[in-house]
Design a protein around this ligand. Structure first.
Ligand code: SF4
Length: 221
């Protein structure tokens, strides 16, 4: 599974959907048994948690795409469900992944879900991937200031009343992306080269990349 983190604004609403895809198979009906299982899971979670009914059914809409899916894209599949229903959803996704031998892509803001379920992660900012690699490596040693900021914002052993850390500023207007790095306005490492030259994804390890001019300095942020 791959987790992708994206800071986006959707009119104050989170959207959630599950999509299947199949390379080169064209568009056809999703297997009836698969749709049935998705709906059964919806009903089961409804019984377990009435409040979650509508949202759960929404996120388990099986769109007709492929008879033998090669992959599944789950957009915010567990937001904002309680942990019991989250576990049911993830158990179903993992079961389908094994049964169909397919890839699963999770799109989520939930760092804990990524840590628990994903093998690789692609961190997105302003519509672009700014860092990618194995979850273990990226979470342990981020090489982009935005990734570091996201991880720092997770409360760990926070004392009651303590201020939570956050990333200052706001995402750029996507209609007016600045010259240079898209993260420059919020980055504590920003310098002249960041304001003039947009960084591209470059290797920072065997199987990881970062779009930052100073990946080695992120440790000190
Ligand atoms: S390129 Fe510069 S502004 Fe962009 S993330 Fe790296 S240090 Fe910060």
């Amino acid at each position: 599974m791959i987790g992708a983190l994206e800071e986006v604004v959707r009119g104050g609403q989170s959207s959630a959907a599950t999509r299947f895809f199949s390379a080169g198979a064209g568009v056809s009906s999703c297997p009836r048994s698969l749709i049935s299982r998705m709906k059964n899971a919806s009903t089961a979670t409804t019984a377990a948690n009435g409040i979650a009914q509508t949202k759960t059914v929404d996120r388990l809409d099986a769109m007709p795409v492929a008879p033998n899916p090669r992959g599944l894209v789950a957009d915010e599949p567990t937001t904002p469900l309680d942990v019991t229903v989250q576990a049911q959803i993830m158990a179903l996704l993992k079961s389908l992944r094994s049964e169909y031998d397919m890839a699963v892509v999770l799109i989520t803001h939930d760092l804990a879900l990524v840590a628990e379920e994903a093998d690789r992660v692609a961190v997105m900012y302003a519509g672009s991937i700014v860092e990618t690699g194995s979850v273990a490596e990226v979470f342990a040693d981020p090489r982009h200031p935005y990734t570091k900021g996201l991880l720092n914002s997770v409360p760990v052993n926070a004392e009651r009343g303590a201020h939570l850390k956050s990333i200052g500023g706001a995402p750029p207007d996507l209609h007016s992306i600045p010259k240079g790095c898209v993260y420059q306005a919020r980055c504590p490492l920003a310098s002249d080269v960041c304001r003039s030259t947009r960084p591209t994804l470059q290797p920072t390890g065997a199987k990881r990349k970062s779009a930052c001019h100073f990946p080695e300095e992120v440790t000190n942020v």
